[in-house]
Write a protein that binds this ligand. Sequence first.
Ligand code: EPU
Length: 427
Amino acid sequence: MDEKETKLIVTGGSPLHGEIHVSGMKNAALPILFGCLLNENPCIIRNLPKVTDIELTMQILECAGVSIRRIDDSSVEIDAKNAQPMKAPPELVRMMRGSSYVLGAELGRFGHTKISQLGGCAFAPRPIDQHKKAFTCLGAVVMDGEQFVFADAETGDRLRGGNIVFDIQSVGATVNAILAATLADGQTTIENAAREPHIVDLANFLNTCGADIRGAGTSIIKIRGVDSLHGCTYAVAPDMIEAGTYLAMVAGTGGDVIVKDIIPQHLKSVCSKLIEMGVEIDDQGDAIRIRSDGILDPVRITAAPYPSFPTDLQPQFGALLSIGLGESIIIDEVFKSRFQYVEGLNKMGADIQADTERGMAVINGVKYLTGAKVQGTDLRASAALLTAALMAKGESEVTGIDKLKRGYENIVEKLIGIGASLREEEI
Ligand code: EPU
């Protein structure tokens, strides 16, 4: 975690060719790993991405008394038999948004929980009122203090099933509701649930351990609480955002690449926009072949909860559309202020006006971007700037690589493997 700060030196302008492998989905692996806290029997989790947020999660779990045996680069055995609540160290919790899942998992297993206030990528305000609503509906008393969030089951050490109707679709709140309800006494219904593939993956994992969760992937999830879970072996689904990032890169640089080991269905909204831009997309079952001449038609993208276009790819597509043949519009309905990447792109010669009150960016396509020194301010902003650097004429220096590594496994090596010209240097 205390790795030296680095930058990427990128020489842009070369088309990408070959095959690129996609790792396990960070945003599914996080709830699945925290979900292991519900289980007194060991689980083997495979296809974990080697990224900082997963390492951090394992450190938090170890501090809570969970024993973790590394099997290989992407698999671990997790034994939470001796886990204890309220041990998550504040300095680690504050480093990552996904640590909010400690709340649901500990409440579900022990009936009480306490974590420090959350951190994570700070591109927008990220309240947890819907998480608290879910816990309250399941019979917990929640206190959200200045430094810590506490929650306790009113009836001793077990929550009771209840009806949760979310005001908005929230990935994190839906995950926490599922984690809290899996071992609760009775049936829970979650309405207006998030439908992201990460939610389905969490439910599949818990069901493989003996939970009774139905409807994940739709907006109504029904959970019949069970007394305990058994161990299992489970492989995390592929990362649709990592895959979508590579698709954006190839669309922008031009080239012919097979993005492999993915579920193309998860990328329907993304591929439909690429096709609208004039890019050739071929669904190969567990891979997508993308062919692009780097000349892109302008489009209008609205990022919204799944199955709409994902907010986590909005910045990378902002980079792509900066060289579109005309005016493109991006609207982000999930995080209105997620346009921090625009400054870096404009430094590279893009012509983008972002309005963070309205959650909108107007992009006037330019002929080409020019290499520059740019700084990524969060995970996907760094990915957007790297996308732009690969597309640009000349050399760029991209910092904020620690943020990139929170969500992209071996990204430098993977990109070199398809012909990108970049190297990592210590700052
Ligand atoms: N929201 C509330 N109240 C809540 C919870 C959310 O108002 O209690 C709002 C948020 O402010 C936002 C919207 O609801 O406007 C949706 O937020 P959501 O809860 O779905 O986001 P999250 O769970 O905090 C996860 C991902 C993010 C991804 C979003 C949206 C993880 C660990 N994080 O965050 O991933 O952007 O869903 O899909 O799964 C990333 O990977 O780069 C990343 C930021």
